[in-house]
Structures are given as C-alpha cells and as structure tokens.
Design a binder for this molecule. Sequence first.
Ligand code: NAD
Length: 437
Amino acid sequence: MEKPQSIAPPKGKLGVLLPGMGAVATTFMAGVELVRQKKAVPVGSLTQMGTIRLGKRTDARSPKIKDLVKLAKLDDLVFGGWDIFPESSYEAAVKAGVLDAHHLAAVKVFLSKIKPMSAAFDHEYVKMLDGKNVKKGQTKYDIALQLKDDIAKFKKKHGCSRLVMLWCGSTEVFMKPHEVHNTPKSFEKAMKENHPAIAPSMLYAWAAITSGIPYGNGAPNLTVDIPAMQELAQQHNVAIGGKDFKTGQTLIKTVLAPAFKARMLGLNGWFSTNILGNRDGEVLEDPGSFKTKEESKLGALEFILQPHLYPDLYKKIHHKVRINYYPPRGDNKEGWDNIDIFGWLGYPMQIKVDFLCRDSILAAPIVLDLVLFLDLAQRAGMRGIQEWLSFYFKSPMTAPQLYPEHDLFIQLMKLKNTLRWMQGEDLITHLGQEYYD
Ligand SMILES: NC(=O)c1ccc[n+]([C@@H]2O[C@H](COP(=O)([O-])OP(=O)(O)OC[C@H]3O[C@@H](n4cnc5c(N)ncnc54)[C@H](O)[C@@H]3O)[C@@H](O)[C@H]2O)c1
C-alpha cells in the first residue's frame, strides 16, 4: 500500500464524543484538563510521552511521537457525550471515586460544564443498569437519527473542524454476529424493525460512521466488528478500531506469554481472577455482560502461543478468567494470576502475579492515544479497521482472513512502523548487519 500522500494538518478544534461518561471517561477528561493546567504529567500516554527512533541507531534521531506526526494538541480538544444518568461529569467523577479531592477541585468548573446528552439505551443489553436520561423513539432507526442530530449540533455549537467517537460505555450482553449484520442495507432494515440483534452501541457507531466520524470501541461489545459497519466505514471513508481497552491483567498477560513462547517454555494453565468494586464490576455481575468480557480476555493466550505450531508446549492449557464484584475495592482492582509453566524435561514451575492496579488510571491514557491516533488516521485517509492500533486493545479487530496480533511488543513495533511509514521514514527491521560491514 502506498503511504498517505499528505496528511492534512490538524486545524481547529477536535470534538471528542464519548458514549458512556463514567469512571474511564471522566478520568480521561479530568486528566487532559490537569495536563493543560500544567498540574499533571500525562503518564501512560504514548502520544504525549513516547519517542520514536528514526534511521540508524548511530543517527541519534529519536523525536517525540507527537513531534513526528501531526497530532491534535490537547488544547484543541473539546468533550461531549451521552449517558443514561443526567449528572454532570464532575458529579460522575466524584461518584466514580478515582481521583483525589485536590485533583477533583482543580477540574470542578471544567467538568461541571460537561453534561451528558440523553442516551440510546435499552436495559435488555445492560441488565444491571437503568437510568432516566434515555432517548425515546418508535424504532432503533429513529434513535440513531437522533444521535446523528446530537453529533451535528455538538459540532456546530463547539465549532469543531473534526470529531472522534470512542465508546466508554458499559459492556453489553454477549452477542454473536447475525445475518442482519451482513450489509449496510440489512442493518438499516433491522434498525427500522427493532431487531434484537441491534444493540444500542451499534446505533452510536452507525450514527458516527454515517456522519463521517471515526469510531473506536473501548468495550468488548460486538458493535463495529461486523461486516455492515466495516462496509459503511469504507463507503464513508472512516477509520474504525476495537475492541476492549487493554489495561491491567491482559496487558501483563500479553507481555508474559510472548516471553514463555520466545524461550520455548511450556504452559499447563493460567488462572486469572479479579476483584473490583466499580460500576463496571457491577455490570459484569450479569452473566451476559461477563460472557462478553470473558470471551475478550480469553483470546489472547491462544493467539500468542499458537498451540497448533507447538503442540508439545501449549496443546493442553487450562485458561480460566474470573471477575468478582467486590464493592470495598472501588476502582482499585486487584488481579491475581497463577501461571503453571514447565521447562527442560517437563519440570513444572509456577509464577504468581498480584497486580494492585487502578482501572481507570490505566484506561485514561489509552483513551487519549486512541482519540489522537484515530483522528490522525482519519486525516491520513486511512479508512476501515486500523489494525496498527491493536496495541491498545484486548481483542484487536482485523480483516476477516487474519488472526489478531496480541503480543504487546509486536503490536508496538507495528504501531511505530505505521507512523514511520506515514511520514515516509525507513521502517525499522532490527536487522542491524550494516553496523558490522
Ligand atoms: N477501566 C478499565 O480498565 C477498562 C478496561 C477495558 C475496558 N473497559 C470498558 O470500558 C467501559 C467503561 O468502563 P468504566 O469503568 O468507565 O464503567 P462505568 O460503569 O463507570 O461507566 C460506563 C458508563 O456507561 C454508561 N452507559 C451504559 N450504556 C450506555 C449507553 N447505551 N449509552 C450511554 N451511556 C451508557 C453507564 O451509565 C456508565 O455511566 C466498560 O465497558 C469497561 O468494560 C474498561
């Protein structure tokens, strides 16, 4: 594929639209504002802190990523979104309990002005939640048109030159692809017939894509991982990506598993369990929503370890994932992993990982990076699935004939090489023979 001819510079304001304005979304917005106020450093954000090597190791060229590619500036971001609860983002942030009082005080005025628009919501798809700030309409299609109207009004009101939509809403019940998802036409017909295979998250995605706006999926929901959405993305020249932010336990899993495979160490089992007490944890108490999350978390090992290529090492892996809602922990999740590996002559060994993490603190910089990179991809004319953003997802979307790449370091190499390619720089192969000629 030819590199993009020229990437339009990011002029004007970038509107960030967030369906779901809970813990992750408010921590993200608060963090951007704190960085803008110079009260915080954007730790965890590759776009803000990461560098990229260009040319040979001896060239000593390692600019910041944000200086190599033309990313929107934090000062140019404006925020909006939808939620089933009408409270302002300040109230939602207080409720989420992620940020300390001094951080909340510094962003109180800013977050208080951000009030969610009424949501496209149906209790059938998130059984643990109910709220009053919800749109009414005869059909799902009517609701989707209302979302399109919200988008157009937001753009006008805030004078945005571009928009990006990133799903930060709850995990919906597990859904399999259905034949109504096959084409844009069958999808539209299904919306008009209130077909159960059309989930609320899909209405947002349809509204975004048909409005020419890139869409990223931070939850494991099916949403844009269906042919109709992918065809629409092509038709409307829109970048899409997903799914499910790769934050805590899966981040560590996709670092450790490649290490075992690199050293040809075997694996008998991997037991992962979590306790968390935020609203996300409460939603995942419902078996339907948990199933969606479980599927998303289970895929990584199989794809990284490739048991079909290494049957002696990985043929019989017992992989279990548990999520337990435990309110005292709030957003501070604890993820335990017990890993049973084996080495030379089959002798068993164990590794235990206990990650006392903060869910939304890990997710917020991912939201920022995805917003900025999806906007970049859009300006570069890169439509459809953005596989180079797999780095950020637990369950990366790919073209139908491809298996997803889960290894964090391959994902990072792919991401950085994509940026080099976009800028017409040499790709880095790590061959390095030239230093010894
Ligand atoms: N924090 C992490 O580490 C992490 C990692 C991966 C994925 N995620 C996913 O990100 C999402 C957000 O997580 P969170 O911790 O902010 O959860 P949260 O419960 O605090 O926020 C989600 C918000 O979405 C709203 N919502 C639900 N359905 C909606 C709809 N149809 N329209 C508009 N709003 C809707 C809810 O009312 C809630 O306020 C979840 O799906 C979660 O699984 C989070």
